[in-house]
Design a protein. Sequence first.
Length: 87
Amino acid sequence: MKAYKVTVTDTVVQLVPRDDLNRPVYLQIEGNKTVYIGGPNVTAAQGFPIVKHTAPLEGGLPAGDGLWAICAVAETEVVRIITIDSD
């Protein structure tokens, strides 16, 4: 497993890089802002909103897919991520 964190602002940032295998992904927001996740063209208006939970949000990424995020204008949030190593 690999654990890391990514700071998300109002510019799209990659949370989980593309890989050639299926893998579980766990996300948790550190603060109280909303983070919008989706593909490389994600926007705050159209992304899937995630907020702070008492437990991590669990999902899976199929082979060849990555995950990107963005916050609303002038907002910043930290996302903690656990996934398997890509190698």
